[in-house]
Design a protein around this ligand. Structure first.
Ligand code: NAI
Length: 442
């Protein structure tokens, strides 16, 4: 059985309550950090663990923490990014629903490490049940003396607030999130300066994903070195994967990084294979923002070695500049799925969610969507295929935030690996009008 650090007690009845979480060893990390370690020592443990940001970028968490500016007399903030909205990603929601205290405990440990006395959990606005669950859990933790003034008599004060999100995918981009938290429209800011220098209200701020913050609990309990022994190479620890698509058992899984993709898809311990006895056609390993890979490349690298669930292995042979591990939103497509239709679907999402600040993204996502729509609905031209590649190249790298790249990569990779399917839509068009949408003549 694979090791579980975050979901070990997921099946314990009432684990969402403070009392049961505490009985199972919860809040030991807070006691250890606040009573026996200095903030710098907590940062050091997280650095040693090799933990990389679990929201999608995979940036080393300890390094991010050590970049936090500490000017005298200026407040510092920790903001948890719980605005999980990446298509195919639902692991943070799962964790917050079932073990909210894992996040709260991680928030206390992390806030202490960063010297923050006011911290926020910015939760996707649609997740009302999770917002209520977290608010209740915060109240329980406060009653038990783990939040508020003079926590456990150590002299450390922390107030923790839950902020409902603005209801837009872009509000999950860290600087848009900060704008939204300040009460403004969620438009991304230009980086640098990074939030670590000028974040919330212009103050030094760390923005971390839910899972990254929760992972600091086992790191402090067991030590950074122990955590670093799990996983493979620079992909240390465990990772929550949201598995969806045509799988026998979709769901949220905690894997040790380094698990072969083939085992993850086909083993009965994990997804149990492709549903209805079909064959695997393609995968998207890390949410809709990463390239789509055909079955052979999903399972094996170009040299024949197995592809592993790790930041490095998943990125090999792709052409995204970021990591294809992304947010861990693993989507499997069976042989019956239409890649053109799926690409159009993703495109529709990015066009709708573009904030409109940068022309390449505002205009380009719309054009990609329209061209994909006419291809899918039988009105496309052969030249549309290269037009899409061209538009995707003009978006990639030319926008303030990564939404543009995220919109461009799925289109470019789908054409790169499945060009024949795009050509088939031109040569053998199934002419139809999507009446719900009505844009076939663009
Ligand atoms: P990024 O690579 O720009 O930054 C990663 C983190 O490192 C940020 O917190 C940034 O402030 C920090 N950082 C990087 N260089 C730094 C420096 N020199 N000094 C201080 N801090 C520094 O990536 P970003 O925009 O944070 O995330 C993009 C990823 O988000 C995508 O790869 C995508 O997979 C993922 N994503 C996840 C979603 C979800 O629902 N989980 C939704 C949309 C995207």
């Amino acid at each position: 059985m694979a090791r579980k650090l975050l979901l070990e007690h997921i099946n314990v009845p009432d684990i969402h309550t403070f009392d049961v979480y505490r009985q199972k060893g919860g809040y030991r990390a807070v006691e250890k950090a606040l009573k026996t370690l200095t903030p710098d020592e907590v940062v050091e443990e997280v650095k040693k663990s090799g933990l990389r940001g679990r929201g999608g970028a995979g940036f080393p968490t300890g390094m991010k923490w050590s970049f936090l500016a500490k000017p005298e007399g200026v407040a510092r903030y920790l903001v948890c990014n719980a605005d999980e909205s990446e298509p195919g990603t639902f692991k943070d929601r799962y964790l917050m629903t079932h073990i909210p205290h894992a996040l709260i405990e991680g928030m206390i440990v992390s806030s202490f490490a960063l010297g923050a006395h006011t911290s926020y959990i910015y939760v996707r606005g649609e997740m009302m049940p999770q917002i209520r669950i977290l608010e209740r859990a915060i109240a329980e933790a406060k009653n038990a003396g783990f939040l508020g003034k003079n926590i456990l008599g150590t002299g450390y004060d922390l107030e923790l607030y839950v902020q409902p999100g603005g209801g837009a995918y872009i509000c999950g981009e860290e600087t848009a999130l900060l704008e939204s938290l300040e009460g403004k429209r969620g438009n991304p800011r230009i980086k640098p300066p990074f939030p670590a220098i000028a974040g919330l209200y212009g103050c030094p701020t760390v923005v971390n994903n839910v899972e990254s913050i929760a992972a600091t609990v086992p790191i402090i309990n067991d030590g950074g070195d122990e955590y670093a022994k799990i996983g493979i190479g620079r992909s240390t620890g465990t990772k929550l994967i949201s598995a969806s698509g045509n799988l026998v058992r979709p769901g949220v899984y905690e894997i040790e990084l380094g698990l072969p993709v083939e085992e993850f898809i086909y083993s009965d311990e994990w997804c149990g294979g492709i549903a209805n006895g079909k064959r695997l056609k393609a995968t998207v390993a890390g949410g809709s923002s990463v390239p789509v890979l055909p079955a052979n490349l999903s399972l094996k690298l170009a040299n024949g070695d197995p592809r592993l669930m790790s930041y490095e292995s998943l990125s090999e042979g792709g052409f995204a500049t970021g990591t294809m591990m992304g947010s861990g939103g693993f989507i499997a497509f069976d042989e019956d799925q239409c890649i053109v239709r799926n690409t159009w679907n993703f495109s529709r999402f990015y066009h709708h969610e573009s904030c409109g600040q940068c022309s390449p993204c505002r205009e380009g996502t719309g054009w990609m969507e329209k061209v994909l729509h006419r291809l899918e609905f039988g009105h496309g031209k052969m030249s549309d295929i290269d037009l899409l590649v061209d538009v995707s190249k003009k978006i990639e790298g030319n926008t303030i935030c990564p939404l543009g790249d995220a919109a461009a990569w799925p289109v470019a990779s789908a054409i790169r690996h499945f060009r024949d399917e795009f050509e088939w839509h031109v040569n053998e068009p199934v002419k139809s009008l999507d009446t719900n949408y009505g844009l076939a003549n663009y």
